[in-house]
Design a protein around this ligand. Structure first.
Ligand SMILES: C[S@@+](CC[C@H](N)C(=O)[O-])C[C@H]1O[C@@H](n2cnc3c(N)ncnc32)[C@H](O)[C@@H]1O
Length: 282
């Protein structure tokens, strides 16, 4: 798969990060009424994304529960306009893409809408999120969905060479804090050795997560892999720190400018496409 054409995107170099973030908050400030960013505080919600009507089970009571990270027990608002916009932006190339999603959460909004349209889709998160994610995906896709982590029927740790025998959509544990030990299980899902696209919706919201999240992206990035992420504009220092972290790792960071995204995405959110800098070989 060819890497995405970046000619219309704005490259943000290390020296430009502070100015870029300042401009972002001046020009794309979130609407005043936007709160933390989850969709609804209810255990059952309904969401429409293009031609998909999704019914989503959440676990509001688990939000402040015993798990180390509980934000994934509810759906976050960025995922809806992101899922609405994404197929149009990727165009016909979407059907060839092999995609991994980081921090999918229980909702499966991206998995249920993008998963059926691409070549392969692996939704990942921490283990405690996967059971409800699987239930939501099965209900919304009206089919059984396999989870490499939860179902024992397929061997783990095996390169999926006989691709026809493996499910197109899968669900697996990938904890960014253990990406070194877990990344090979995730990479094994992709016959080319790495995914074409890494997707993430609202996965950067505190300083502590930046390094593990960057490790997770770097660990899954082959030469042809791109990362496409949407962030909600909350604390500007987090966005700045994330861009610094990725440029320090020699990733080219492109801001997707407002005129290329939907109206809804152009206020209160920011989208980046990132990929490893290509080192010329002489
Ligand atoms: C704000 S929620 C967004 C969930 C979903 N993408 C959405 O838009 O509704 C952040 C997600 O990151 C996941 N997450 C947080 N820390 C993680 C880690 N160390 N490894 C993997 N996922 C993590 C959470 O479980 C949660 O699903």
């Amino acid at each position: 798969m060819e890497t995405l054409d970046v000619s219309g995107l704005d490259l943000v170099t290390e020296e430009e990060i502070a100015d870029h973030v300042y401009e972002l908050y001046t020009q794309s400030a979130p609407p005043n009424q936007r709160g933390l960013g989850y969709l609804e505080r209810s255990d059952l919600i309904h969401v429409t994304v293009n031609d998909h009507d999704l019914q989503i089970h959440q676990s509001v009571s688990s939000l402040s529960g015993k798990e180390s990270s509980s934000t994934g027990f509810v759906a976050w608002s960025s995922s809806v306009p992101f899922a609405q916009w994404l197929p149009g932006w990727l165009g016909p190339s979407l059907k060839e893409l092999q995609i991994v999603e980081l921090g999918a959460g229980v909702s499966g909004i991206l998995s249920a809408t993008i998963g059926p349209k691409c070549s392969r889709y692996l939704a990942t998160d921490q283990k405690h999120i996967l059971k409800l994610l699987k239930k939501n995906l099965e209900e919304n896709l009206s089919q059984e969905v396999h989870s490499t982590t939860l179902d024992a029927s397929l061997p783990r740790n095996t390169r999926r060479t006989d691709i026809k025998n493996y499910p197109k959509i899968d669900i697996a544990e990938y904890d960014w804090e253990y990406s070194d030990s877990m990344k090979n299980d995730i990479l094994a899902f992709f016959p080319g050795g790495a995914p074409d696209l890494i997707l993430a919706s609202d996965t950067i919201y505190n300083e502590y997560l930046i390094k593990p999240f960057a490790d997770a992206i770097e660990g899954l990035s082959g030469n042809h892999t791109g990362f496409l992420g949407i962030l909600q504009l909350r604390d500007e220092s987090i966005i700045e720190a994330f861009l610094v972290e990725m440029t320090n790792r020699a990733f080219q960071c492109y801001h997707i400018p407002g005129h290329l995204v939907s109206d809804e995405l152009s206020h209160g959110y920011v989208l980046y496409y990132m990929r490893k800098a290509v080192v010329p070989s002489f």
